[in-house]
Design a protein around this ligand. Structure first.
Ligand SMILES: [Zn+2]
Ligand SMILES: [Zn+2]
Length: 270
């Protein structure tokens, strides 16, 4: 049986809508057994992210104490390739949100469709495969550099690509690039997030990563965890049923989540 949990949430300390206290209360209402806060960490390429990590950490610990014994709350961070941490976190999500284009500009990947189009056109001369290569190379580099516990929104490069609008995700050349990076980052321990954030925002109808990537991850012996990349407490579990269906379809026998006690991650049999 699956116990509800969410390792990927954002609050008013970064770009989320709700306070830590409100999100924790809603998580209790939804029946979560554990909850992780994963505010966007500080990064060297721009000023985005949590402005005061000590204040953020103190607030998560304060709210965790309010729920002790009923729902475990973990202090996490979503760390970009360019990220750095100044306080110790219980766990770190690893993500790539920016790409250096051939035009010398550091482009945001998931900020808006306009920015994404500009990155493809001006940063990569319209060559989507070159852009995808640069993206997945950076995912591998991020894992080597930051050694995250969980890799999140693995194929974020597809965020604005519903119906293959910018490139064909079934193109064998694209698929090769995307699957080979999985082989490079799978160490048997690291978790791959099945992320429903773009479903919550009405941007995509499928979780990240897509089925072929999940299938390969399972073949590699990888482990998966659910995350809704939640920026709105009402969507704490949005898309989890679709994500679980996809995980089952890819042949996984279990799914991981944040622990209820002293163990950071625990496994539920499907
Ligand atoms: Zn992210
Ligand atoms: Zn996030």
């Amino acid at each position: 049986m699956i116990k509800l949990s969410n390792c990927h949430t954002h609050s008013v300390f970064c770009d989320g809508k709700d306070t830590i206290e409100h999100m924790a209360q809603r998580a209790r209402d939804f029946g979560l057994v554990s909850l992780g806060f994963s505010g966007h960490g500080r990064q060297t390429n721009n000023a985005f992210g949590i402005q005061s990590e000590p204040d953020y950490a103190a607030e998560v610990r304060r709210v965790a104490a309010l729920h002790e014994g009923r729902m475990k709350i973990w202090l996490g961070v979503e760390q970009d390739y360019f990220g750095y941490c100044s306080v110790p976190y219980d766990y770190r999500l690893g993500a790539v949100h920016y790409l250096d284009g051939q035009d010398g500009v550091n482009h945001p990947i998931d900020h808006s469709e306009v920015c994404f189009e500009r990155m493809l056109r001006e940063g990569f001369g319209g060559d989507a495969l070159a852009m995808a290569r640069a993206y997945y190379d950076r995912v591998v580099a991020m894992c080597q550099k930051n050694r995250p516990d969980v890799v999140v929104h693995y194929d974020l490069i597809c965020k604005f690509n519903e119906d293959n609008r910018f490139f064909d995700e079934s193109d064998p050349a694209y698929m090769d690039v995307s699957l080979q990076a999985l082989e490079a980052i799978c160490d048997g321990q690291r978790l791959l997030e099945v992320n429903t954030g773009a479903i919550a925002r009405g941007r995509r109808t499928r979780p990240y990563p897509d089925y072929p990537q999940l299938l390969r991850w399972r073949e590699l012996g990888g482990r998966v965890i659910l995350g809704s990349d939640c920026h709105d407490a009402e969507k704490l579990t949005c898309g989890f049923e679709e994500a679980l269906a996809l995980i089952r379809r890819a042949g996984f026998k279990s799914v991981w989540r944040l622990g209820e006690g002293s163990e950071l991650f625990e496994e539920d049999t499907l």
